[in-house]
Design a protein around this ligand. Structure first.
Ligand code: PMP
Length: 437
């Protein structure tokens, strides 16, 4: 097998040219612009089950899943029907509706980690609000985040590590004041010494430590349970809050996300993506006591014109209801492990240096011979050239992965054995091209 001829991207290219007149880089979110892979971005026309179709009529088995929300696949009938039904009554009221109660009840009754919650319209907003809550609750300003974790585009979290093990962060985006970044301490993952030093150096100043449930925005950086337990312990000792950003892992690793996976109770949890069934919903939650600090009960202000939007709530209700069916996660996770492990076996047999990391229904194909990748620094940036080739070969074979080698893939309930077999074969052939050229 050799390289496949490129699929037609004529219509997509035309739409992209037009889009560039309207949007910076032709897109409304940067990674969509295909800057780190070949060709123009594909403009998607429709999705159904595990498939998407682009403007040129090419069909793909999709593992991007809108970057995670679509755990039931595209255009799920139950979600669509519920949304359509609720839409008949209007789109937004800016007043409470019963649907908010319904989604909240589904979550709180089936989740040991939150007693009270607030809905937002994105993951970014959820995290931004969680940080404000932690600061308001503790009366402290500094937060600790980890290199390699993404928490949305809120100012205080668009911060990268400075030089030295424990330093103030530096802004990683133009437009973020230095003084904001000074309140954020960035540490390497999987490093207990760095945590100890940071808490020593900034004694009684740290409001919270925020970490992704399983860091999944810069490869899949699996952390040891012992490290997460240490993290919880050191937060407790220092009266700092532990925030789990479960925007990806929430309702993905299981209904209760990474917190249940580790058996660690974070002080504040944030969710997004899956919770909205493909519509814009985020959420943060905590104990009733901590949430009591949110306005109008408490002094931490946070609001939203479209927060708890009925149509978005409807999508969330329909999707989460499906996830609560017995065996849902077991089936999905088994499918994913079989998929990931057979890719690994193929690569190992041919001596191709890749490692397929996976957990739940999240997977990441890393071009590496390391057995573990647990920190941002473990990732070999040159290996992304190999991803680029694989990405093009996969598109040409009808497989859609997110257009960056740092992004994880998602298996959904709509991927059947047949499509997963097909995808595997396409991946095998694409790896042959990557490693033989
Ligand atoms: N936190 C995490 C862990 C995320 O993965 C993301 C988005 N990829 C966000 C926060 C931000 O969510 P949103 O894009 O909905 O603002």
């Amino acid at each position: 097998t050799g390289s496949k001829p490129d699929i037609s991207r004529e219509k997509s290219a035309e739409l992209y040219e037009k889009a560039k007149n309207y949007f910076p880089g032709g897109v409304n979110s940067p990674v969509r612009a295909f800057k780190s892979v070949y060709g123009t971005p594909l403009f998607i026309q429709k999705g159904d089950g595990c498939f998407v179709w682009d403007a040129d009529g090419n069909q793909f088995i999709d593992f991007c899943a809108s970057w995670g929300p679509l755990i039931l696949g595209h255009n799920n009938a139950k979600v669509r029907e519920k949304v359509t039904e609720v839409m008949q009554n209007g789109m937004s009221f800016g007043a409470p509706t019963a649907l908010e109660n319904e989604l909240a009840e589904l979550i709180i009754k089936n989740n040991r980690f939150v007693e009270k919650i607030r809905f937002t319209s994105s993951g970014t907003e959820a995290v931004m609000s969680a940080i404000r809550l932690a600061r308001g609750y503790t009366g402290r300003d500094k937060i600790i985040k980890f290199e390699g974790c993404y928490h949305g585009h809120t100012d205080s979290l668009l911060v990268k590590a400075g030089s030295g093990l424990v330093t103030f962060g530096e802004t990683s985006s133009a437009g973020v004041p230095k003084s904001f970044a000074q309140e954020t301490i960035v540490l390497p993952l999987n490093d207990t010494e760095a945590l100890k030093q940071a808490f020593d150096q900034f004694k009684d100043q740290v409001a919270a430590v925020i970490i992704e449930g399983i860091p999944a925005n810069n490869g899949l950086l699996m952390q040891d349970a012992a490290y997460i337990e240490f993290l919880q312990g050191i937060c407790k000792e220092n009266n700092a809050l532990l925030i789990f950003d479960e925007v990806i892992t929430g309702f993905r690793l299981g209904f209760e996300g990474a917190a249940a996976h580790y058996g660690v109770k974070p002080d504040i949890v944030t969710y997004g993506k899956i919770i909205g069934g493909g519509l814009p919903v985020g959420m943060y939650g905590a104990s009733a006591e901590i949430m009591g600090h949110i306005s109008p009960d408490g002094g931490v202000y946070q609001a939203g014109t479209l927060s708890g939007n009925p149509v978005a709530m409807a999508a969330g209700i329909a999707q989460l209801t499906e996830l609560l069916r017995s065996g849902f996660y077991k089936d999905l996770n088994n499918k994913t492990s079989e998929f990931a492990e057979s890719i690994q076996r193929f690569a190992t047999a041919r001596n191709y240096k890749i490692k397929v990391f996976y957990i739940g229904s999240i997977f990441w194909i890393a071009f590496t011979d390391k057995d573990k990748i647990q920190t941002a620094a473990d990732i070999d940036h040159n290996s992304m050239e190999k991803f680029k080739v694989m990405h093009r070969e996969l598109l040409n074979r009808g497989i859609y992965l997110g257009p960056s080698g740092y992004e994880v893939g998602f298996v959904s309930a709509a991927h059947t054995k047949i499509e997963l077999e097909k995808a595997k074969r396409a991946i095998f052939d694409s790896l042959d091209v990557v490693f033989r050229n």
